[in-house]
Design a protein around this ligand. Structure first.
Ligand code: GLA
Ligand code: ZN
Length: 682
């Protein structure tokens, strides 16, 4: 199978004959005596588990020393799960190197941001630029592919596990210089890009460049005296880990070209540019671990990002906890019904699997209190088991109906990792300015109105969207303004906010008036930016309603734009806080300050109406509504996040699939607290 075919597949596991939402997850039999394995098989069968992820942390078991590989136990596990009719997602085990390797080759160990060299311990402890680590990781991946590639129940490869973190060691320093040479070619260009004439930082030799950490340019995690080098180091770290992924993927593909390869991502994870990563992966998979108080909208937003980076194709929910995590300060249980609700929420946003960490709760080390299908009691007589068993039944009943379903969205939010990194490295104007806070505010406004959202990157054309929101588009990369102009000129509605268009891709300010390259498109000139300390507010009135202005207030002049609202206090009272510019056939809105959720709600409502974007369903408090479409039809997912029962008026005729019950248009139904209805529209 060539790359294009692998990527264009609508159903992730169609090649393996999978016809339902896969159910199961991380299974670590190597932590248990073999007598227990048989009992596990019985319990899996009982719970409706049909897929296990194996071998996630087994490197030490598979390679006890530099020369020896022993696969006997994994062979037995692979045979056992095959006999028991389970699909396998096989991991490569490279997220934690063996102790002998650290001892013999200390270069595989990471150096922390502080300059502290690690010893053996923990996981994600390997330097991504260590030649020894890279050699042995590739070798192990290849050996696994050679040994297990013929198993017909092997449906995907899971490389490493939750790649992340950074390293600042000498391997990385050397590799960084190579990366920089490839990028800038000459030191003159590097000096220019980093503006090194500031504070006399001019480099005359590549060897003078050192990694930016607490020993050099940084004075705190996110505080750097030189944004240029710090930003490039983030790009370099993301690329380094991506190269580790590609090393293993290439080794595997040579042996098993037909089995798709993935690694489990983590939603809005700042250190890795997942848009770049996803372009290399056969399909996207991710681990959903909301904290106790994470709003449903934020979970939804993470799913949508994961769908977006994969170009809208279905993704795999690789992990979630059945009940509880171990790493929060307060690890509250998922209340009855919540595991099911969150599982369906993932499916509603594009997941074609419902997988968990983990199948059996371990007895030692830091995850012994992490939830599992099989608890320490070791049997099926637990609330968690019963709930999982019930969901297993329900997924069997739903079968393959929703597989491959796409979410048709008319709205997009722009997401760009470079912008995220650069914005939050910037010293000033406010330490409270966080990219995701602003993204979340707009996302939530759409979410509350049941308007589906896609996340897009700066690489994508925007024509298919009626509305595009680019919150704090601080960095406008060379040429990106043309994509935006093309979009608006052709009739699109574009929204951006305060502190946008300030810098180009090296974090150098675009001189000539803010918002730089966006000035013509938005028809405004921002002269000054005022940061309001927490608790201080300005305000404005729009369409007869009063709203707060906080965080940042851009003080601007209208050029071609029309003013929609003005600041009401301070020396800039009367200057515009909201501007609207007709550009070609479209409209560009500049929201010059941060306001309340109510404002975002009202703004989005108005923009959706003007642009003809309809909500999927009239909003019902606490009930999320999503849509997926495939050849089988249109499926609406109603997810009641509230504790109270909710009354719904069915706006379309259809079938409540779990009940097998048809409804006429206009019928009224009750959806219980935490309940889910999958509704096939007729
Ligand atoms: C991550 C990892 C798992 C496990 C869980 C615990 O998602 O991938 O190995 O540690 O966290 O929540
Ligand atoms: Zn390193």
């Amino acid at each position: 199978m060539n790359g294009e075919k692998r990527k264009n597949r609508e159903q992730i596991f169609a090649h393996s004959g999978v016809r339902k939402i896969l159910y199961g997850g991380d299974y670590n039999p190597e932590q248990w005596p073999e007598e227990v394995w048989k009992e596990d098989m019985r319990l899996f069968q009982l719970a409706g588990v049909d897929c296990v992820t194996l071998n996630v942390f087994s490197w030490a078991a598979l390679q006890p020393d530099e020369e020896t590989y022993c696969f006997d136990r994994l062979d037995r596990i692979m045979e056992l799960v095959k006999e028991n009719g389970l699909y396998v997602i096989l991991a490569t085990s490279t997220a934690a190197h063996p102790a002998w390797m650290a001892r013999k080759y200390p270069e595989v160990l990471r150096m922390e941001f502080s300059g502290l060299k690690r010893k053996f311990g923990g996981r994600h402890n390997s330097c991504p630029n260590s030649p020894v680590y890279r050699k042995y990781a590739k070798r192990l991946a290849r050996k696994l592919a050679e040994r297990y590639g013929h198993f017909e129940n092997l449906i995907a490869w899971h490389v490493n596990n939750e790649y992340g973190g950074e390293c600042y060691c000498e391997n990385c320093e050397r590799a960084f210089r190579v990366w920089l040479k490839e990028k800038y070619r000459t030191l003159e260009q590097l000096n220019e890009a980093w503006n090194t004439s500031f504070w006399g930082h001019t480099f005359y030799d590549w060897e003078e460049v050192v990694v930016p950490n607490l020993q050099s340019e940084h004075f705190a995690e996110n505080r750097t005296t030189f944004q240029g080098i710090s930003l490039d180091y983030r790009r370099f770290c993301s690329d380094s880990l991506l190269r580790n992924y590609q090393d293993e993927q290439a080794a595997i593909r040579e042996v098993t070209p037909n089995i798709p390869v993935t690694t489990n991502l983590m939603g809005f994870y700042k250190p890795l540019d997942y848009q770049k990563w996803a372009r290399e992966m056969d399909f996207v998979s991710w681990d959903n671990y909301p904290a106790n108080d994470t709003p449903a909208a934020v979970i939804a937003m993470n799913h949508d990002l994961m769908r977006g980076i994969g170009g809208g194709r279905p993704f795999a929910l690789m992990e979630q906890t059945p009940s509880v995590t171990n790493w929060l300060s307060y690890n509250a249980l998922k209340r009855p019904g919540v595991m099911r609700l969150l599982s369906w929420q993932a499916v509603a946003h594009g997941a074609d699997t419902v997988l968990f960490f983990q199948m059996r709760r371990s007895i030692g080390a830091c995850e012994k209190y992490h939830g599992a299908l099989i608890d320490h009691v070791g049997n099926e007589h637990t609330r968690v088991f019963r709930e999982m068993q019930a969901l297993g039944e329900e997924l069997k009943q739903i079968g393959g109906r929703t597989l491959g379903g796409r979410t048709p969205a008319k709205v997009a939010i722009l997401m760009d990792w470079d912008n995220w990194w650069a914005l939050e490295y910037s010293a000033g104007p406010s330490c409270d300015l966080k990219y995701l806070d602003e993204v979340e505010r707009y996302y939530t406004a759409f979410y509350e109105q049941n308007i589906p959202v896609d996340f897009v990157s700066v690489e994508e054309e925007l024509e298919k969207y009626a509305i595009v929101v680019a919150p704090v588009l601080y960095m406008v990369k060379t040429g990106y303004e043309e994509i935006l102009k093309r979009y608006v000129r052709a009739g699109g509605t574009l929204v951006t906010t305060f502190f946008s268009g300030i810098v180009e891709e090296h974090d150098l300010v675009v001189a000539g008036g803010y918002p730089g390259r966006l000035r013509e498109l938005f028809g405004v000139w921002v002269e000054e930016i005022d940061a309001l300390p927490t608790g201080e507010q300005n305000g404005f009135t729009w369409n007869g309603k009063h709203y707060p202005a906080e965080l940042l207030c851009d003080i601007m002049h209208l050029e071609s734009a029309g003013g929609e609202a003005v600041y009401e206090t301070d020396f800039y009272a009367g200057s515009p806080a909201l501007a609207k510019n007709h550009f070609g056939k479209g409209i560009a809105w500049y929201v010059a300050t941060r306001s309340s959720q109510e404002f975002y709600h009202d703004l989005i409502k108005r923009l959706a109406r003007d642009a003809g974007v309809e909500e999927l369903w009239s909003p019902v408090p606490q009930v999320e509504v999503c849509e997926r479409q495939n050849e089988e039809g249109k499926f609406l997912f109603f997810l009641n996040h509230g504790r109270e029962d909710a009354e719904l008026t069915l706006e379309k005729a259809g079938i409540w699939i779990q009940k097998g019950k048809p409804y006429e248009k206009g019928a009224k139904i009750w959806l219980k607290g935490k309940d889910v209805m999958v509704y096939q529209v007729q």
